[in-house]
Design a protein around this ligand. Structure first.
Ligand SMILES: Cc1cc2nc3c(=O)[nH]c(=O)nc-3n(C[C@H](O)[C@H](O)[C@H](O)COP(=O)(O)OP(=O)(O)OC[C@H]3O[C@@H](n4cnc5c(N)ncnc54)[C@H](O)[C@@H]3O)c2cc1C
Length: 294
């Protein structure tokens, strides 16, 4: 439990951070420190250099541009909780942020730190996939814009390079008849998500015209639930349709790929998945003004 020493360098701009990361290929990026500092303390990583990006103004805060909500990677969860626009335009993401860890975690943890090395229990993975988010990174040579579904797919091509910085998360603004929700079962011991489901619904004349549903805590990374989407698209939105669609949540998930760990067995997670899918869909439908009891 005795970490080695490291050189601390503070970056003043994105360009400066990229220079420092190029000059020190084994450096670790420090944002809120809630994942990195425990990892150093537990000797899981032993960097010679730590590059602090928390003073870079260009990756802080939330802006609305051309119907897109742009969230700087260095924005903390607590700052996001205070953005009214996020509650209205990206409710599933706002809800996911509000249930991350506890107040201390939300005061320091940043959206970029959550995504830079996505873990299977990241609450944001389901919410960002269902919201059709785009993740923007910059490296010494170029910028990359990666769809959230692709970003969370277990493919090395979307992993961040050591000299690459995650700068922005972009969320399309929801249209008036679109609404979303995030439903989570919290781990009793760790406060992390045991399993979470985000649903994003567009309803026209009582019928589902567009839908995205995604889950975390099921497989190694966040995953889209296409069979649920297929069962809802074009259908009238009522309790029965939602229940039937939710029952298909696990259809495309290979049981061997289900997380099975000391927090919950694969069988328990498989039981939870349709339940939380139904909850997220019901809440999104009610927010879209659908009277499910009618
Ligand atoms: C007690 C506790 C409870 C938690 N509960 C939850 C939970 O319920 N749900 C959940 O989703 N998460 C949870 N977390 C995880 C938490 O969300 C992450 O620890 C946090 O968001 C990491 O962000 P950070 O800014 O502290 O990152 P840091 O610890 O500073 O960095 C983490 C990693 O990301 C890299 N990094 C950071 N920013 C960037 C960037 N802009 N570009 C490139 N690389 C970068 C760093 O190199 C580092 O390896 C919990 C953590 C704790 C300690």
């Amino acid at each position: 439990m005795h970490p080695g020493t490291f050189e601390y360098l503070s970056a003043g701009s994105v360009g400066h951070a990229l220079e420092l990361l190029t000059d020190h290929p084994d450096a670790e990026v420090l944002a809120g420190g809630h994942s990195l500092l425990p990892a150093i303390t537990n000797e899981e990583v032993d960097p010679d250099v730590v590059v602090d990006v928390s003073e870079i103004d260009a990756i802080q805060g939330v802006e609305l541009r051309n119907n897109v909500v742009e969230i700087g990677a260095g924005t903390t969860y607590a700052e996001l909780q205070n953005v009214e626009r996020l509650q209205d335009d990206a409710t599933a993401v706002a809800e996911a942020v509000s249930v991350i860890g506890d107040e201390q975690v939300r005061n320091c943890g940043t959206i970029g730190g959550n995504l830079a090395h996505p873990v299977r229990v990241s609450d944001l993975s389901a919410a960002l996939i269902a919201s059709d988010a785009t993740i923007v990174t910059v490296g010494p040579q170029s910028e990359r814009r990666i769809d959230a579904a692709e970003f969370f797919a277990p493919a090395a091509a979307t992993d961040l390079a050591a000299d690459e910085l995650l700068t922005t998360v972009e969320l399309p603004v929801s249209a008036g008849n679109t609404s979303s929700a995030y439903a989570k079962q919290q781990s009793a011991t760790m406060r992390y998500s045991l399993l979470g489901v985000a649903a994003h619904l567009t309803v026209d004349g009582g019928q589902v015209s567009d839908v995205r549903v995604a889950a975390n805590g099921v497989t190694e990374r966040g995953v889209g639930l296409e069979p649920v989407e297929d069962a809802l698209r074009g259908e009238p939105l009522d309790e029965d349709t939602i229940e039937t669609a939710a029952s298909r949540a696990g259809d495309d998930i290979d049981s061997a790929a289900m997380i099975d760990d000391d927090q919950a067995s694969a069988a328990y997670r498989a039981d939870l998945l349709p339940i939380y899918t139904e909850q997220a869909l019901e809440r999104a439908a009610e927010r879209a003004g659908v009277d499910l009891a009618a």
